[in-house]
Design a protein around this ligand. Structure first.
Ligand code: DOR
Ligand code: ZN
Length: 348
């Protein structure tokens, strides 16, 4: 007989609406970690060189599918990296073929491999107008990166200086504010029509103290950087509300340990491996396990106008679940995100 403590939760198979898979040996090492639990993912284009044109996206999709182990199913949803030279006709053709599901805006210099990002927004006006016309979403890395802006204020300043002006000047453009980290982001998204926001696993768990108190913790450093506790609480409220605009985008971003544990450590938390167990814990604590499916499996497809997945996954609650501390990849070891609390939900 099953123990009286055992509980289980069956949900539609989740998707990840913001994922970094990299390329080569790293791609091979991390792809199974996502494909084990997720049916689809929006694939970030910040490779070196970036995925800019439709042809680049097609070649990258082929490399991802070639790296997928036999017996695993996974659908990469490709994105293009917006540059000041992006051709609206190329974007439209890549979207019409079904290959590309979004275009990614990185302000120049905002984060890992963002040197080709946008400096002068007038130069991308034609692309944004074409995207509004065809209904192709713009995914934004929401940070202003000029040196006078404090790093903890970058998101709030982005909303005022970049996002709101884009929304007003390009009616009909469908925008996803990616990896929101502030109450300002939550409130802005709620105030808008037809706008989405992704929330990462790690921003539901850590605040800025986790990075800096008791010694610097490089594996908690990511961009946008985690903010004060009141912002984390606002993110948990948004995610666990089940409200349509908010959906999971893990921003799982692998870097080898040697580049994280470094005098100039890279930004990124690697959460692909244990995301579902961590989220179940967060949602249970909030009394919202019944809304986990909306966040992981329903709201994202609704925003992207894609069908929900037919398959399901079952989470079972029991004794402590152990995940490997590191994933060994051909590029080197990658540390798995440590939520700092025990996990009890495992994925069948
Ligand atoms: O922490 C991050 N890592 N934030 C990003 O925006 C990029 C990502 C990466 O590619 O490593
Ligand atoms: Zn990212």
């Amino acid at each position: 007989m099953a123990s009286a403590m055992t509980e289980s939760l069956t949900i539609r198979r989740p998707d990840d609406w913001h994922l970094h898979l990299r390329d080569g040996a790293m791609l091979e090492g991390v792809l199974p970690e996502t494909a084990r639990h997720f049916a689809r993912a929006i694939i970030m284009p910040n490779l070196v060189p970036p995925v800019v044109r439709g042809d680049d996206a097609m070649a990258y999709r082929d490399r991802i599918m070639a790296a997928l182990p036999d017996g695993m199913a996974f659908e990469p949803l490709m994105t293009l990296y917006l540059t000041e030279a992006t051709d609206p006709a190329d974007v439209a053709a890549a979207a019409a073929s079904g290959l590309v599901k979004a275009v990614k805006l990185y302000p120049a210099g905002a984060t890992t491999n963002s040197a080709s990002g946008v400096k002068d927004f007038d130069k991308v006006r034609g692309v944004l107008e074409k995207m509004a016309e065809i209904g192709l979403p713009l995914c934004t890395h929401g940070e202003v990166t000029t040196p006078e802006v404090d790093i903890f204020d970058r998101e709030a300043v982005f909303i005022d200086r970049v996002l709101d002006p884009i929304r007003k000047s390009t009616p009909g453009l469908r925008v996803v504010m990616e990896h929101i980290t502030t109450k300002n982001g939550v409130d802005y998204v709620k105030s808008q029509d037809d706008m989405g926001a992704t929330i990462t696993t790690h921003h539901l768990v850590i605040n800025r103290n986790h990075i800096l108190v008791g010694g610097i913790k490089p594996h908690y450093y990511c961009l946008p950087v985690a903010k004060r506790e009141e912002h984390r609480v606002a993110l948990v409220e948004a995610a666990t509300s089940g409200a349509g605009p908010f959906f999971l985008g893990t921003d799982s971003a692998p870097h080898i340990d040697a580049l994280k544990e470094h005098a100039c450590g890279c930004a990124g938390c690697f959460t692909a491996t244990n995301t579902l167990s961590v989220l179940a814990e967060v949602f249970e604590k909030a009394g919202a396990l019944d809304r986990l499916e909306a966040f992981t499996s329903l709201n994202g497809p609704a925003f992207y106008r894609l069908p929900v997945n037919d398959e399901t996954v079952t989470l079972t609650k029991g004794g402590a679940v152990d995940y490997p501390a590191k994933i060994e990849t051909g590029a080197g070891p990658v540390t798995v995100f440590d939520p700092g609390f025990p996990l009890h939900w495992s994925v069948a």
